[in-house]
Design a protein around this ligand. Structure first.
Ligand code: NAD
Ligand code: LMR
Length: 317
């Protein structure tokens, strides 16, 4: 039996993500939770799809316990999205509290579940969830993940477009965090060569791909469909490694890490296994000069984002 809970399942990401998860035949139970009552209708709708997962909708605080109990994986896309002119950090004020509440419930009702956190600002919401788990005495850093997969799907798409190669066969690691300068594409590991101008343009587009969508949606939200695709891929990898017992499953994901001195959280390639993160790869040894510069630019912002998350939990507990 494999139960996946989606918290924020009625939202722009939550609905298509739940659809894709309903299509994953490794899932036997899909618990859809939201504060918006329409989540019950979303669950009824998805329940008519002839795949194994039994789908149930849960609305409001009173039903959170039932949504989480027995969950193997908890995916969290709950929270407000950006509007043009906002940074992800501008979402902290509202989303920090939402993630803290949901992590508190997960620590209580499914402390062994893998947590896949999509809610922004990911650089801070992952430390928030970890601090909540620490306070509850159930913290296992191998089980808490910030979902940065969309940065990798974007990098693969943009490089595939430029080099006219199959984007599904393109693989660009993206390390660091998930906002602007903290997003560090490792183009030197893509197997392609780039002119300086190409490298600059690609880096800029990958780092600010989220802003491209926010601008195009013009006040109506941020990336939802590509995020659902990326989130479903990340959950599929967690399932392959845990339930499927597949070896060699790797994803770039933002986790507690020692990859960069002075930063408690960082995304690099992470090997996944039955108990979560089984090996966290270091930063690639052969970064080029451009990538070295990107890394140095990312560190101060990441440090501040992490501290903000940690301080938030300490201040309100
Ligand atoms: P949305 O507003 O469309 O949906 C959010 C959903 O969360 C809504 O249904 C809302 O009712 C629900 N919600 C709010 N508070 C809740 C709570 N306490 N418990 C349960 N549900 C709650 O937003 P969206 O477009 O789906 O984006 C959601 C979040 O994902 C945003 O913070 C956004 O910035 C982030 N995001 C992250 C990535 C990434 O790469 N990690 C990509 C895209 C978006
Ligand atoms: C993204 O990268 O698309 C998300 O983090 C949403 C955003 O605010 O850009």
């Amino acid at each position: 039996m494999v139960k996946v809970a989606v918290l924020g399942a009625a939202g722009g990401i939550g609905q298509p993500l739940s659809l894709l998860l309903k299509g994953n035949t490794a899932v036997t139970e899909l618990a859809l939770y939201d504060v918006a009552p329409i989540v019950v209708g979303v669950a009824a709708d998805l329940s008519h799809i002839n795949t194994p997962a039994k789908v149930t909708g849960y609305k409001g605080d009173d039903e959170l316990e039932r949504a989480l109990t027995g969950a193997h994986i908890v995916v969290i896309p709950a929270g407000i999205p950006r509007k043009p002119g906002m940074t992800r950090d501008d979402l902290f004020k509202i989303n920090a509290g939402i993630v803290k509440t949901l992590a508190t419930a997960a620590a209580k009702y499914c402390p062994k579940a893998f947590l896949a956190i999509i809610s922004n600002p990911v650089n801070s919401t992952v430390p928030i969830a970890a601090e909540v788990f620490k306070a509850a005495g159930v913290h296992d850093p191998k089980r808490i993940f910030g979902v940065t997969t969309l940065d990798i799907t974007r990098a693969n798409t943009f490089v595939g477009e430029l080099k006219k190669t199959d984007p599904t066969a393109t693989s660009v690691p993206v390390i660091g965090g998930h906002s602007g300068v903290t997003i560090i594409p490792i183009l030197s590991a893509s197997g392609h060569t780039f002119t300086d101008a190409e490298r600059e343009a690609l880096t800029q587009r990958i780092q600010y791909g989220g802003d491209e969508v926010v601008k195009a949606k013009d006040g109506a939200g941020s990336a939802t469909l590509s995020m659902a695709y990326a989130g479903a891929r990340f959950v599929a990898s967690l399932l392959d490694a845990s339930v499927g017992k597949k070896t060699g499953v790797k994803e770039c994901t933002y986790v507690q890490s020692t990859a960069v001195e002075g930063l408690e959280y960082f995304s690099t390639v992470v090997e996944l296994g039955p108990d979560g993160a089984s090996k966290i790869h270091p930063i690639p040894a052969n970064l080029d000069a451009h990538e070295q510069k990107l890394l140095q630019a990312a560190i101060p912002e990441l440090k501040a984002n992490i501290q903000k998350g940690v301080d938030f939990v300490k201040a309100v507990s």
